[in-house]
Design a protein around this ligand. Sequence first.
Ligand code: KG4
Ligand code: ZN
Length: 333
Amino acid sequence: MLVLGIETSCDETAVGVVEDGRRLLANIVASQADIHARYGGVVPEVASRHHIEAMVGVVRAAMFEAGVERKDLDAIAVTAGPGLAGSLLVGLNTAKSLAYAWDKPLIGVNHLEGHLYANWLNPVAKEPPPPEVPELPAIVMIVSGGHSELIYVAEHGSYKLMGRTRDDAAGEAFDKAARVLGLGFPGGPAIERAAREAGPKPPRLPRAWLGESNDFSFSGLKTAVGRVAQESEAPVADIAAGFQTAVCDVLTRKAVRVAEATGAASILLSGGVAANGPLRTMLRERSPVPVWVPPPVLCTDNGAMIAAAAHFRAESGRAGLDLDVRASWPIAG
Ligand code: KG4
Ligand code: ZN
């Protein structure tokens, strides 16, 4: 099954082509990060306009890269939500138009499910995938600019929400902390880079454990970063490192605790923040079960993960041309 996947839920115009949910044939991402950096965050109206300008070119580039023609495709998949409504609409209407014009089934995909299935993709482009896949049941931790969720995946398509953020998402915390420290946008890569220059004793920043809850809270940490920056002599690199360690500590401890409590056979990481090196290392060191993390290009928003998810959702995800965007769409209750 050859699927073209379209993703426009936030600020990347992205299209991927994937065979049987695992073989990556193309993954083209037109990022708007430079444009939004000027404003210090994603401006929804600006994002939708740029999606419109980039969309057709990105579809063409992905088909060219994959070496496929429209007749080869079995389905068109698209992120229907959650995300910015105006941005989602551009991808959705493109997908509907292609499905109609080329007479292909349309599959609506939940963005979070896309992040989950990034772990099934073979990162080596064009190569047939190796036989190993993540073992289920699994805990997936999705950490991005809009999400911090711990989800129990009993089997394909069966999810239970185990924990989520009560305020800022993990990526949002990185972005806000970077802003406070004057490190630019997006904050995650900027903080990770700055933290590499830190001295041996970075300040210890507070962790919000929330008792026995599996939920997260990161808004206090942002305030703490501001306070330490104002009141101490600590260099920016040290504060960045203290912040990064605090976020990674909370994320990994809760992921491991939920995995142990549920008897999960693996932990899967995904979302933009999963690109963070120290987070990947800490989770691998602490997890009692195998940890799967996609390469950074497949952690951040992309169309290949949407095409991959569509393969595992081929029947239940099939939609008519009246498919609408769902700006908020929980993956599970
Ligand atoms: O998944 P994604 O591309 O878009 C959303 O769906 O939100 O995630 C973007 C988020 C941003 O908040 C960005 O700062 C964060 O992921 N991020 C990182 C890193 N790379 C991206 N956070 C920490 N370390 C990184 N290396
Ligand atoms: Zn995302």
